[in-house]
Design a protein around this ligand. Structure first.
Ligand code: PLP
Length: 485
């Protein structure tokens, strides 16, 4: 593609993106296609001859867009609502154009140094202590896996060299987290050879926060059976309810146990979604205690308007990561001194220039702009809480400290019949999502089926939220009229 053709197609793509973003709210938010429909509509074999670029763009519009679930839609309230903001999208385009591989400092000094700089900006925005170092990864799942690999290295068991299999000299290692922790903690344990049994989930209190007394009891019980505590993983903003674990108290317990047992216990905090709330000074408390952690993950691709993927892993001592992962074959050696070679910090060699989009996002919005947007989402969540609380047939199922609300229908005429309530709420959610006018997801809390409504999209105006609540109201009426429940 020569420069003129690139310019022509590029302009068409930018127009397409601008039109898409402007009109995304008019599309069905949840893709309304059946399984296999998208593939069937496209040729099964590659073209032999070159095709016009415009023809592919036509197929994008005709076939692919109907099969897209629009995460950029103002009524996308499932999972965690996110936004690919304008500066972030343009940052993605620029990083694809530069196409650098930031594996070593010298393979693009700007990529490495901007990553260090922008993560230090993020640290400052979150009020985290100076001196923390950080790396951008593709996901919180990867960040947590790297952090727990560092923990395993710090345990001093020479697992890097000797592995775990068949080792009579290695105790059973355990990671402790809450019953509401994200599945990525268990996936990390699987990846690191600890197995799912290597994770013990600890009960939570009435507000779904990790119960630190129960944590202490679990560790003491395990010690009697020969387990060795490897790491504690509290969450700031759990996936189901956004509950905030008491990180300071967990750190306190960790310090006591370390003094007593004489070996380290790593403290990794998962703030994948909720961590960003700390950008608002009045919400900074969510990170209380994180200053005592060994590592902390938060995702700009969740609540910082940066297109997926972009996760930030902060570490107190990067040496544990590099001891776990640095492996430099001759062809990658350099004489560069005093530089960061990010390939040494994890599994990946090749690395995208993700810091660029994050840098553009932070510069475009500024600290005040970012805080204002996050604050608005929290206020919108409070509107939804008020709507639930005032509704005679609805029940708030968990506190909503951030921007996600958990609730269900529990109309009086169903009495305490939990099966009927479950049927009604499942039918209600299915109806809402089938309309294409809004998309919510669900979870289970204390054995109850619960709807979740997450705010976090820059395009969700108060007006649009009112329209969405009207859809919920209407579909509840129809679900009830259809006899669901
Ligand atoms: N941790 C928490 C608390 C989450 O809510 C999620 C995803 O929602 C993750 C980790 C995993 O994030 P990722 O998709 O970046 O791996």
């Amino acid at each position: 593609m020569d420069a003129d053709a690139f310019r022509r197609h590029g302009h068409a793509v930018v127009d397409l993106i601008a039109d898409y973003l402007e009109g995304v709210g008019e599309r069905p938010v949840l893709a309304q296609v059946r399984p296999g429909e998208v593939r069937e509509a496209l040729p099964a074999t590659p073209p032999r001859a070159p095709e016009p670029f415009d023809a592919a763009l036509d197929d994008l519009e005709r076939v692919l867009l109907p099969g897209i679930t629009h995460w950029n839609h103002p009524a996308f309230h499932a999972y965690f609502a996110i936004t690919g903001s304008g500066p972030g999208i343009l940052g993605e385009a620029l990083s694809a154009a530069l196409n650098v591989n930031g594996m070593l400092w010298r393979t693009s000094p700007s990529a490495t140094e901007l990553e260090e700089l922008v993560l230090d900006w993020l640290r400052q925005l979150l009020g985290l202590p100076a001196g923390l170092r950080a790396i951008v990864t593709d996901s919180a799942s990867m960040s947590t896996m790297l952090a727990l690999a560092a923990a395993r290295e710090q345990a001093g068991l020479d697992v890097r060299q000797r592995g775990l299999a068949g080792r009579a000299d290695v105790p059973l290692l355990r990671i402790y987290t809450s019953e509401h922790a994200h599945s990525s903690v268990e996936k990390a344990a699987i990846t690191l050879g600890l197995g799912r049994d290597g994770v013990r989930t600890v009960p939570t209190d009435a507000q779904h926060r990790l119960d630190v007394t129960a944590l202490g009891e679990a560790v003491r019980e395990d010690l009697r059976f020969g387990y060795r505590p490897l790491a504690f993983v509290p969450t700031v903003g759990t996936t189901s309810t956004t509950s905030i674990d008491p990180v300071g108290a967990v750190a306190e317990l960790r310090d006591e146990l370390v003094a007593e047992l004489g070996h380290p216990i790593w403290l990794h905090v998962d703030g994948a979604y909720g961590g960003m709330a700390a950008i608002c000074p009045e919400l900074r408390w969510v990170l209380d205690g994180v200053e005592r952690a060994d590592s902390f993950v938060t995702n700009p691709h969740k609540w910082l308007f940066t297109p997926i993927d972009c996760s930030a892993l902060f570490v107190r001592e990067p040496a544990w990561l590099t001891r776990a992962f640095s492996l430099v074959p001759e062809y990658l050696t350099t004489d560069d001194e005093g530089v960061t070679d990010y390939m040494d910090w994890g599994v990946q060699l090749g690395r995208r220039f993700r810091a660029l989009k994050l840098w553009l996002v932070i510069r475009y919005f500024g600290a005040d702009g970012l805080a204002a947007r996050i604050r608005e989402h929290v206020a919108q969540a409070q509107r939804v809480v008020a709507w639930v609380e005032q509704h005679p047939d609805l029940e708030l199922m968990a506190p909503a400290p951030l921007s996600t609300v958990c609730f269900r229908a529990a109309p009086e005429d169903l009495g305490g019949d939990e099966d009927a309530r479950r049927r009604l709420n499942r039918a209600w959610l299915a109806r809402i999502n089938a309309t294409g006018e809004a998309y919510l997801s669900h979870t289970e809390l204390d054995g109850r089926y619960v709807l979740r409504l997450a705010l976090g999209n820059l395009r969700t105006t108060d007006e649009r939220l009112s329209a969405t609540l009207a859809v919920l109201e209407r579909e509840l009426t129809t679900a009830r009229a259809a006899g669901s429940g």
